[in-house]
Design a protein around this ligand. Structure first.
Ligand code: GDP
Ligand code: ZN
Length: 458
């Protein structure tokens, strides 16, 4: 294997207590050794840390006090020899160390190149490499856990299992094609294929469902409260915030006029979006028309539509219903302490199957039922966060969707009595798509593109 030795600063740039310059490649130890005053790094035991001084070869003076970790391949992240030079965290000092190792023949690493080497050397598969990237970007503990599990190879193992199932069916068909005289093989291929594709189909569907739930748990449900003036929107917002611990109130880095209130409803973070657009929904339809308000509202995962129980339905209510057609809606009939005036038949008709919850928000009554409706809408039964292997990566989700669709083609084909060697094409395609998740069948250019998204030094 012919590779050069790469290097980069692998801790975040800034004023940390320490910073690390990492080297990986055949010359990692030799290069470090030429500028290190202390023990001979070429002869120290692998996976040990050495204290010493770094010499600037241009002046022969001590440039830095350092701790150097020496790790010999293949038991390293890249499977190559790796050296990590720990130095003071200041920008000047870490850059000086980097320049010194560059002057000794190391090459500055491209973004993601360490992880790319780990992948190319078979240390990790592609989904694990992407998990490293997700880990770097993870904002919450939950997102971190998902990435960690993925890095651990949980998703890879599951994907491999599914591919194995598909491969078995393909093998059977091959036997069948090679020995057409065996009728029972033909019979069996068909049965096995139906059975296996069903299993794999259900499993991919489950992964996608979990992906959706994982996204909700990580990012929260963007929730918009809408309704005409005075129906009780503010009361609902207050009741939700009052009954549930608010998680975060402001997201740093967002503009002042987009303030988001997070509340925790049975483990589901609701992001009560309070953007200018949605806050103004009291007359949003009137102001900007049904189509455009649809556009604004479409960004929401959940619409809480408040109606006044003690008043007739108005045109404004009906217009709002038009604007939220096709979205995920829960209808709240508020002010049930007052005499009923609303036409329930009509409400049920335009609600078209959405849950309807009755509340008396002035007394904070009905919030429990509303919370149950929310939780039932997005999570059937209990939320299990413990052992779930959430798929969180957009590329993986895309591939799973494609795999599901090509498997559907195969199943439809079988149903329609298509010859099995034709059905097999779709099964093979599914197998390939799943392979792309773990990097078995991916194109080199895709690999380059993926790794270039990494931060430097990873
Ligand atoms: P918004 O304009 O939709 O935000 O409505 P608000 O939450 O500001 O409420 C409008 C008025 O209705 C306020 O005076 C509330 O006190 C009152 N209100 C809210 N919920 C109820 C309820 O359940 N019963 C009664 N009787 N009044 C309510
Ligand atoms: Zn209000």
């Amino acid at each position: 294997m012919e590779t050069d030795t790469i290097t980069a600063i692998s801790t975040p740039i800034g004023e940390g207590a320490i910073a690390i310059v990492r080297l990986s490649g055949p010359e990692a130890i030799a290069i470090s050794n030429t500028v290190f005053k202390g023990k001979n790094l070429s002869s120290v035991a692998s996976h040990t840390i050495q204290y010493g001084k770094m010499i600037d070869p241009s002046t022969n003076e001590v440039a830095e006090e350092v701790m150097v970790s020496v790790m010999k391949g293949p038991k390293t992240f890249t499977r190559e020899d790796v050296v990590e030079i720990n130095c003071h965290g200041g920008l000047v000092s870490v850059n000086r160390v980097l320049e010194i190792v560059l002057s000794q023949g190391a090459r500055l690493a491209e973004p993601g190149e360490f992880t790319k080497r780990a992948f190319l050397n078979g240390r990790i598969d592609l989904s694990q490499a992407e998990a490293v990237m997700d880990l770097i970007r993870a904002k919450t503990d939950r997102a971190m856990n998902v990435a960690l599990k993925q890095m651990d190879g949980k998703l890879s193992k599951l994907i491999q299992k599914l591919r194995q199932e598909l491969l078995e069916t393909v093998a059977h068909v091959e036997v069948n094609i090679d020995y057409p005289e065996y009728d029972d093989v033909e019979q069996m291929s068909h049965e096995i294929m139906i059975e296996k594709t069903k299993i794999v189909y259900a499993e991919i569907e489950r992964l996608l469902q979990l992906a959706k739930q994982g996204k909700i748990l990580r990012e929260g449900l963007a929730t918009a409260i809408i309704g005409r003036p005075n129906v009780g929107k503010s009361s609902l917002m207050n009741a939700l915030v009052h009954e549930n611990k608010a998680i975060v109130t402001e997201i740093p880095g967002t503009t002042r006029d987009v303030i988001e209130e997070y509340v925790n409803v049975r483990g589901i973070p609701l992001r009560l979006v309070d953007t200018a657009g949605i806050r103004e929904t009291e007359d949003i339809v009137e102001k900007i028309g049904v189509e455009r308000s649809r556009q604004v509202l479409k960004e929401s995962d959940l619409i809480l539509m408040v109606l006044n129980y003690a008043d007739e339905l108005t045109n404004e209510d009906e217009n709002l219903f038009k604007a939220i057609e096709g979205l995920q809606v829960i209808i709240i009939l508020n002010k049930t302490d007052l005499p009923k005036k609303i036409d329930m038949e009509r409400v049920k008709k335009i609600a078209s199957g959405f849950p309807i919850v009755e509340t008396t928000l002035i007394e904070e009554k009905g919030i429990d039922q509303l919370e149950r409706a929310i939780s039932d809408t997005f999570f059937e039964g209990e939320i299990e966060t413990g052992d779930l292997t959430y798929v969180s990566n957009v590329r993986h989700i895309q591939l799973l969707k494609q795999a599901l669709s090509s498997l559907k083609d195969a199943m439809d084909g079988m149903e329609a009595g298509m010859p099995i060697d034709l059905v097999q094409i779709d099964v093979t395609r599914t197998w390939e798509l799943l392979g792309e998740i773990i990097g078995d069948t991916v194109h080199e250019s895709l690999i380059d593109q993926l790794f270039s998204q990494f931060c430097l030094g990873k």
